[in-house]
Write a protein that binds this ligand. Structure first.
Ligand SMILES: [Cu+2]
Length: 504
């Protein structure tokens, strides 16, 4: 049996005012693999972490520990047919350079560092245009995570994790990558420092990797007459992986030749499960609404994942504005051919509350960071568009103690004026906090955000109702968003890509 205690990132019990409280639960261990799926339900305890004393134990129910399959590597090795070896081969070597911390690939220039709390941080992201390095981002990284579970029972009501702020100390946010699995063997690797519990630095190897890959998608193409014109696409991937307890997240920054950056999170690892006496769902699908069975007696609890990305745009300089290009329906009168169209109407956000946004399918708009002082070739302000992915926002009530700490998840997008002290979307010290810091608190001031140094905060979120296929380990599921140039270049910036060597 193994037991462990975790903090909670909100004020849950009065003892937290004076103690560092850990909330504990236990599992049966099993072989050399994970103990997830072997929880001892109903048995919980609280610890005074500083005094190293268990302060209370409660035992509210008796549920047999499941025995179903959980060891992914013990599944008999029968490679499926027709899965022949595959790899990217670069006979002339990698297409990127790393010199004194400056990374260059095609027209991109940037720096990166590994922060013990938020992982990979990009700095000074620029793109070379007609010989001139032009600024896109001053800084960009994950800023916080929020993972609330949807079970109010004993041992589960405390499970709402603010992962970066709560768990970075001692173990670090990122974990080592594996060549040939996470990144190709020929990738460039980056080591990083984390901080041990006694404050000493610890060097860990291979916390991030950089590699180029063929996307096998055309960067553009067109059939003219009987000939197909086009250029093959490729991308540069900067990857790290976080393992936080049961979950693994692959965290990508994917640089595209056309000035786009795709930001992607791949969720894999093991879901949190509770033991149950149920061996199969009821015929009428009634039954627990807090999750789904993923194996006999193993119940996957519903939850959400929210990542707040901090994006300090500097589009051709620090003074930027946030603009919505709204699509507005318009009636067409006296035209026998049409009754309606939509037109685009720009709106520049003056204050923070103008830029608190969620995708609205019935009120579409494009979200852009633009420089009002720098005009593009056709006299529009130069801009970078933020393209939301198919993502989720929290539907918990605003007064739920866990939601008060993870309040950034209430919206998909926020914009703030740059402030050196505002780096973490759930506040600098979220553990046991009273929710008096973070994005939802700062933006109450409704500060001016036009034509100044501004920061965008994108919430990449997804709801997770568990399924049998998520057990005993989840197939990797990707979610992403992107930024891309808008009236930034004169024309399609990938006309100069080299042609394919195949099929000439
Ligand atoms: Cu999940």
């Amino acid at each position: 049996m193994s037991c462990s205690a975790l903090p909670v990132a909100y004020r849950a019990v009065p003892e937290q005012a004076t103690q560092r409280v850990g909330f504990g639960s236990c599992s049966r261990t099993h072989g050399t693999y994970h103990s997830w799926g072997r929880s001892i339900e109903g048995l919980t305890f609280q610890v005074d972490v500083t005094a190293r004393k268990i302060t209370s134990i409660s035992d509210t129910e008796t549920v047999p520990v499941p025995t179903s399959e959980q060891d992914y590597e013990e599944i008999p090795e029968r490679p499926r047919p027709n899965a022949t070896p595959i790899s990217t081969f670069q006979p002339l070597g990698q297409g990127f350079r790393i010199e004194r911390g400056d990374i260059s690939w095609q027209n991109w220039r940037f720096r990166m560092r590994i922060d013990p709390r938020v992982g990979v941080v990009l700095n000074l992201v620029q793109i070379v245009d007609e010989g001139r390095a032009r600024s896109v981002l001053y800084e960009a990284s994950v800023s916080e995570l929020f993972v609330p579970y949807m079970d109010p029972g004993n041992g589960w009501n405390n499970r709402a994790f603010i992962d970066a702020g709560e768990f970075f100390a001692g173990v670090g946010f990122l974990k080592p990558l594996k060549p040939g699995l996470d990144c190709p063997a020929g990738a460039a690797w980056f080591d990083g420092h984390t901080v041990t519990e006694d404050g000493a630095p610890r060097l860990t190897s291979r916390l991030a990797c950089l590699f180029e890959r063929a996307t096998e998608n055309p960067a553009w193409r067109h059939l003219q007459g009987s000939e197909v014109f086009g250029r093959p696409g490729r991308e540069l991937v900067l990857r790290a992986a976080a393992t936080i307890g049961n979950y693994d997240y692959l965290l990508d920054w994917r640089f595209e030749p056309d000035g786009t950056i795709k930001v992607a999170v791949g969720a894999t690892g093991v879901i949190e499960t509770k033991s149950t006496t149920l061996v199969a769902a009821h015929d009428d699908h009634s039954g627990p609404e807090t999750g789904q069975l993923v194996a006999e007696r193993v119940f996957g609890v519903n939850h959400d994942h929210y990542f707040s990305y901090r994006l300090d745009f500097d589009v051709d300089g620090a003074a930027n504005s946030f603009m919505l290009n709204r699509m507005v329906p318009q009636r067409v009168d006296n035209d026998p051919m049409r009754k309606s169209i939509w037109v685009n109407q720009p709106f520049v956000a003056a204050r923070e509350k103008d830029a608190i946004l969620d995708i609205r399918l019935d009120q579409p708009s494009m979200w852009m960071f633009m420089n009002p002082s720098v005009k593009g070739p056709l006299n529009y302000p130069v801009a970078y568009e933020l393209m939301p992915g198919a993502t989720a926002k929290s539907i918990l009530s605003a007064d739920d103690p866990v939601q008060r700490i993870g309040a950034f998840s209430e919206h998909q997008f926020w914009v703030t004026p740059y402030n050196e002290a505002e780096r973490y979307a759930a506040g600098t010290y979220p553990t046991g906090s009273d929710a008096n810091d973070g994005l939802a608190v700062w933006t109450k001031a409704n500060r001016a955000i036009a034509n100044t140094d501004i920061v965008g905060w994108y919430t990449l979120g997804f709801h997770h109702i568990t399924r049998a296929e998520d057990w005993p380990v989840m197939p990797t599921m990707w979610h992403e968003f992107a930024i891309r140039p808008f009236h930034f270049f004169k024309k399609n910036p990938v006309l100069d890509l080299p042609k394919s060597l195949v099929g000439q």
